[in-house]
Design a protein around this ligand. Structure first.
Ligand code: GDP
Length: 295
């Protein structure tokens, strides 16, 4: 049975009660427990190691050894460091423009289309924007239809050109249409492939160059664990995205991918998505994710 990291830390220090002073060796073994728990939570091993080496230094510096409740102090140190590593505070999101253009990129099945709908719904109902969705996945008519249905459900216009096989011109036409209809945010749902693919990357980069988006959001399935890091790196190298969206956090993942991605590409995680309902989009708060990783 997987105990939460928090429980592990508490019990590690409880066992030391009555043994006199907590020693440097005890701290070292607890740090090892932390590392193991992070790897269990899907954090990349190398990142977990670097992270725990830092924790060890901080723990020594803060004199956990002499603290009245060393377990509590260790938990606080770990939580603070996790929060800091994932960006500290909320990252912010730029939807100002005439119209603002938001480009959504990621692998097929990562949750791009679902997220596009959720973002439109969030901006409309919570932020008072007038969004337009754009179906730019020219390879999968089903994806276009999916977006059309979502748009209908949330009451947001969807720009569709079923016969147009040029994603760049669809995006450009959509921006023109948005201007003429006084829509102030355009959300472009792009095509994805099952694996990283040169043609897909070129197409997304061409769309980016043509419509100059305020935000390029990389959508990634948090359940894909280690692969999420490699995918994030490939997309960032090519697109220099402005933020990450972690999806499918309603599954039993601990969310370690959040830490690994932030650590590897150093881009903020802006939103999390947990579920298929249009209402389940949340702004990413590093402290909450740190708590989730701690368990
Ligand atoms: P796309 O290919 O990247 O556009 O991905 P879709 O938006 O079509 O999502 C792929 C599948 O994952 C669909 O069956 C969605 O209903 C599902 N999905 C998307 N986001 C979430 C989420 O946050 N949680 C869960 N459980 N399923 C999701």
């Amino acid at each position: 049975m997987f105990n939460s990291l928090q429980e592990k830390l508490e019990s590690a220090f409880k066992n030391l009660k009555g043994q006199g002073r907590i020693t440097e060796i005890n701290v070292a073994s607890t740090v090892k427990d932390i590392r193991r728990a992070l790897v269990d939570a899907d954090v990349n091993y190398k990142i977990a190691k670097e992270f725990t080496d830092k924790i060890k230094d901080t723990a020594m510096g803060e004199k956990v050894i002499n603290a009245i409740s060393p377990g509590q102090l260790m938990i606080k140190i770990v939580k603070d460091e996790l929060t800091e590593l994932m960006g500290g505070a909320e990252a912010g999101f730029n939807a100002k423009g005439n119209p603002a253009v938001i480009l959504i990129a990621g692998l097929q099945g990562s949750g791009k289309t679902t997220f596009s709908g959720k973002l439109a719904n969030y901006l409309k109902s919570k932020k008072g924007f007038s969004p337009m969705l754009v179906a730019a996945d020219i390879y999968r008519p089903a994806a276009m239809e999916q977006l059309r249905v979502l748009g209908e459900q949330i009451g947001v216009d969807v720009h569709l050109e079923l016969e147009n096989k040029d994603a760049v011109s669809i995006a450009q036409n959509a921006v023109k249409e948005a201007k003429s209809k006084n829509k102030n945010v355009v959300i472009i749902d792009t095509a994805g492939r099952l694996a990283i693919d040169e043609a897909m990357m070129t197409e997304v980069a061409d769309i980016r160059n043509a419509v100059n988006p305020q935000e390029i959001l990389f959508v990634v399935d948090s359940m894909t664990g280690q692969d999420a890091v490699n995918t994030a790196k490939a997309f960032n190298d090519r697109l220099d995205f402005t933020g990450v969206v972690l999806t499918k956090l309603d599954g039993d993942t601990r969310g370690g991918a959040a830490l690994s991605i932030k650590y590897t590409v150093n881009k903020p995680i802006k939103f999390i998505s947990s579920g298929e309902k249009m209402e389940t989009l949340d702004v990413f708060y590093p402290e909450r994710m740190a708590q989730r990783i701690l368990g």
